[in-house]
Structures are given as C-alpha cells and as structure tokens.
Design a protein around this ligand. Structure first.
Ligand code: FES
Length: 159
C-alpha cells in the first residue's frame, strides 16, 4: 500500500465530466468530477478488469472502452449493454460490481489520491519540501501550485 500520491491538477478536473488518471503505486486510479464532486476509484472495470481510462486527462462519461459499461458517481455500473439478455443484473447485482473507491483530496490546486478510501486526508503536503513536483503528464509544479513547465512548452518558465 502506498501513501498519498499526487495525481494531477485541480484545473484538469474543474468541470463536470472532466477526469484525470494515473497510478497510486501499482494501482491504476482515476478521479472524475461528478457535478462538482470529485470521486476517485480504481481504474479497473468490474466486467473483465480492463483499464478504463488510458490517457492522463480527459472529459466524458466513465465508460469502459471494451464493452461500454458506464459507471456513476458511486462507481456503480449503470449502462450495461445486453444486461436484459446476458447479465440480468438487478440493483443489488450492479452495486456488488461497484468500482472500489479511493480517497481523494485537493489542496493548493493539486489533486492527491490514496488507494485506501479511509486514509486520513490531512497529510499530502510533503511535496512542498521538494520545491517542485513532476506530474504524471510531465508538467512541473512549484511549491505554490503554479505550473513551471508544461510538456508541450519545451522549457521551464512562464507558460
Ligand atoms: S471489460 Fe469493461 S465493459 Fe467489458
């Protein structure tokens, strides 16, 4: 089990449907904005265990690319193609297949995750001691949460 991990910027999840994805140690995770509420889950589909979001950030429904199951804000699969003919999942069955939640907290414009959903959220500021932090997409953040470098900028500085 890892501790708190910096997953990305608040600016990347600042609207309904926007999401970021990455890793908490060896565990693929995601955070999505559901009507202003940030929810985090393991980024592994309950159907055939595919990794659902493969880009570091994006916008759209929480839909698995393989068989199009769509998950709601509680991680419960809601749109399940062929459910009536193949799966026959009722409400209890759907809830039993909910995505495992993770802990999410945001501070200084950054989003942190912890694979343990009951983790204490009062800690993830150790990154400040390092002076700068490298995000999964290659961006570099300063101690005040300001972006020092974007992957496409090619150099550090104002961007
Ligand atoms: S593996 Fe995700 S919907 Fe089938």
């Amino acid at each position: 089990m890892t501790g708190w991990v910096l997953l990305g910027r608040m600016a990347d999840v600042d609207g309904n449907g926007r999401w970021i994805a990455g890793w908490a140690g060896a565990i693929p995770v995601l955070v999505r904005n559901f009507q202003g509420d940030l929810r985090g889950f393991r980024n592994v589909c309950s159907h055939r265990f595919a990794r659902m979001l493969t880009e570091p950030a994006g916008k759209g429904p929480l839909r698995c690319p393989y068989h199009a199951w769509v998950y709601d804000a509680d991680g419960v699969p809601r749109a399940i193609p062929f459910n009536d003919t193949d799966f026959h999942l009722d409400e209890a069955g759907r809830r039993a297949l909910a995505l495992p939640p993770i802990a999410v907290t945001a501070t200084h414009g950054l989003v942190f995750v912890h694979a343990d959903p009951s983790a204490d959220a009062g800690i993830p500021l150790g990154w400040m001691a390092a002076g700068r932090t490298h995000l999964p997409d290659g961006a570099v953040i300063g101690t005040n949460g300001v972006i020092l470098h974007r992957p496409s900028a090619g150099r550090e500085g104002a961007c």
